[in-house]
Ligand binder design. Structure first.
Ligand code: GLN
Length: 244
């Protein structure tokens, strides 16, 4: 199917609260990589207190514990709706703090446990050190396989049940600095600790998410035409080869 005049709808959840280290770059990447192929994007920012409506793809960025507290309760009010969206094949991408809230809970240091929305079988507890630095991690479903980015978190995330890692750590810490996993995936829900922002330097994953969102909307696999990713690939390989 030609991509000209196709459409996907994208929601950016709580950009005024969870948008650390340029996470909005992920939304800009998704929108531009659609527009460059003639795909129309219905885009909606969901702010604190707004009703979350049906979309093909939901994005939520990272944030400090305080912003996560502000968002967690509001997000939890929409738990059942978002779980039903997940089960209908909607695509989710959560970065760091947003990813942590995709699990069952996030237990910060000496503070009330934050309830997650259980889109994936995972939980996060505050660690005693902050993981900061560049990360490379290998997936088993993308080409190129490697994902690159920047981590800055003290939370330690543990995956359970049918939730699989997004990738396996090559350099950096990832979910918890112990089990070599980075991020998580369940159905079309994806989480990662990679900021940077993440998708501009991992265009193969951005396209993978767009193709999943198109499949959810149109009920068939739609292969995206290639783009000239020379600059994106230079950035990706620069980080992969630790030149930056
Ligand atoms: N506050 C969380 C942590 O420190 C998430 C941080 C982030 O989103 N970068 O683990």
């Amino acid at each position: 199917m030609e991509t000209e005049n196709l459409k996907i709808s994208i929601a950016h959840l709580y950009p005024e609260l969870l948008n650390l280290y340029g996470d909005i770059g992920n939304v800009i990447t998704l929108k531009k990589r659609c527009e460059w192929r003639g795909i129309n994007v219905d885009f909606e920012e969901i702010h604190y207190g707004d009703k979350i409506t049906e979309h093909d793809l939901y994005f939520i960025g990272g944030g400090q514990d305080k912003q996560q507290e502000d968002v967690a309760e509001e997000l939890f009010k929409n738990k059942w709706f978002l779980m039903s969206e997940r089960d209908k094949g909607a695509v989710f991408l959560g970065i760091c703090g947003g990813y942590q809230l995709f699990g069952h809970y996030y237990q910060p240091h000496d503070k009330e446990k934050l309830k997650g929305i259980s889109l994936m079988d995972a939980y996060t507890v505050a660690g005693n050190k902050r993981f900061i630095g560049n990360v490379t991690a290998k997936t088993d479903f993308l080409e190129p396989q490697t994902l690159v980015g920047f981590e800055n978190h003290s939370g330690l995330t543990y995956l359970e049940g049918d939730t699989k890692p997004l990738a396996i750590i090559e350099t950096g810490n990832g979910n918890n600095g112990k089990d070599k996993t980075e991020g998580g995936r369940y159905k079309n829900v994806f989480g990662t600790y990679l900021h940077g922002s993440f998708l501009p330097k991992n265009p193969q994953f951005a396209d993978y998410l767009i193709e999943l969102a198109l499949e959810k909307r149109y009920g068939e696999k739609i292969k995206l035409p290639k783009l000239n990713d020379e600059i994106e690939n230079l950035t990706h390989s620069g980080l992969e080869n630790k030149r930056y």
